[in-house]
Ligand binder design. Structure first.
Ligand SMILES: [Ca+2]
Ligand SMILES: [Ca+2]
Length: 372
């Protein structure tokens, strides 16, 4: 037994040391790391995708470096990292290709989904059960306004909200006078929503709003059918709920969030939700009152962004498998920028909700999947 153990130690030692002379490892030196200030300047001046990727790599490394510093309580470094993240959020993204096409391979297998500790029993979050899924690809990002624009230009597609002539808008996007005038358009069971004329994916924050500055934000006011049409055009499809949830969990078992159980590791914001009192006092401590750019919050080891938070995401599944109605409810996942633990603790991987497939709102979007 001892001989085997020594043998293994020797093998590891020679693999990592003795054999290094001739394995070409010496050619794998990284470029010298740039000074942080220089990099910040470069990122902000160039305002390009390549610069932002460069920054992202740097930020990833910085995060690792931070670990021992945090232990020592050196919060200044965290502040620096946050500053980088803010600058990154402000970048104008000109090269869209990576965002539109970026997908992660999610390995197939048998996974636990759902939870035995449900927060909303009516949502049927439990019980935990096993689901078998095949390898598949999932968009790293929620579908953006820019990507959806390309689809619409290519196909002359009219979204359902455009057909209906209205969509649901959150109250703080209306002035007090507008709210008074539209009192009759409030949703009785959720009085912070108003059904407003002229609101659609093109005018997401009110009939006179535009997509300016929102190019890299998730498309909203899209129905389930709109989402299906887009994914089909892309040669993709909507993920099933099980696929979405497995992807959300990032290879971890029984965790609340894509990264673990702590909402704010290292006191950082890892998702775009609501801070403060709902529905009046959004403190936007995570940096965003409404949607955030789709590549703002990387959430798990599958390299997926904004799975929880930012916008709800349509899945392929029926809410009731036997629903044969014309506009059945479909499962949506992930919660949105309007969610807060006090009333909508649904930014967990196991959480779920539903809307009829012709519904649209300012906090509901999607991402696509593809068979591997
Ligand atoms: Ca927020
Ligand atoms: Ca999301």
């Amino acid at each position: 037994m001892k001989i085997i153990a020594y043998g293994i130690v020797w093998l590891i030692f020679t693999q990592s040391h003795g054999a290094a002379e001739d394995c070409g490892c010496s050619k794998l030196n990284r470029e010298p790391k740039e000074d942080k200030e220089q990099l910040l300047q470069k990122v902000c001046q160039q305002k390009s995708r390549s610069a932002s990727s460069h920054y992202r790599d740097y930020y990833g490394e910085l995060e690792q470096e931070l670990e021992p510093e945090i232990q020592k309580g050196k919060k200044q470094l965290l502040k620096d990292a946050e500053e980088f993240r803010c600058k990154f959020g402000e970048l104008e993204h000109q090269e869209l290709e990576p965002v539109i096409h970026a997908m992660s391979l999610i390995p197939g297998g048998t996974y636990n989904v759902g939870t035995n500790e449900p927060h909303f029993h009516g949502d049927r979050e439990g019980p935990e059960r096993q689901e078998k899924i095949n390898d598949f690809y999932l968009d790293k990002y929620e579908v953006t306004n820019d990507a959806f624009s390309i689809f619409v230009k290519d196909t002359n597609y009219t979204t359902e909200a455009e057909g209906f002539g209205d969509s649901f808008l959150f109250k703080t996007l209306l002035s007090t006078d507008e709210q008074k005038a539209m009192e009759h358009l409030r949703v009785a069971s959720a009085p912070w929503w108003y059904k407003v004329s002229g609101v659609s994916w093109r005018h997401p924050n009110g009939k006179d709003s535009s997509l300016g500055g929102l190019e890299n934000h998730p498309v909203v006011h899209v129905t389930w059918r709109d989402a299906v049409a887009y994914c089909k055009w892309m040669g993709k499809r909507l993920p099933t709920e099980a696929e979405w949830e497995v992807a959300c969990r990032g290879g971890k078992e029984r965790k609340l969030f894509p990264w673990g159980n702590k909402l704010m590791p290292r006191e950082e914001h890892w998702l775009n939700i609501w801070q403060g009192d709902f529905p009046e006092g959004n403190l936007a401590e995570d940096g965003f009152e409404f949607t955030s750019p789709v590549d703002t919050f990387r959430q798990n080891t599958f390299d997926l962004y904004n799975m929880v938070g930012n916008v709800w995401e349509w899945t392929a599944d029926l809410w009731d498998a036997n629903d044969m109605s014309e506009t059945p409810n479909r499962v949506k996942k992930g919660g949105s920028y309007l969610c807060h633990k006090s009333y909508c603790y649904r930014y967990r991987c196991a959480a779920r909700s539903q809307n009829t497939e012709d519904s649209s709102a300012g906090n509901l979007g999607f991402r696509c999947a593809k068979d591997a």
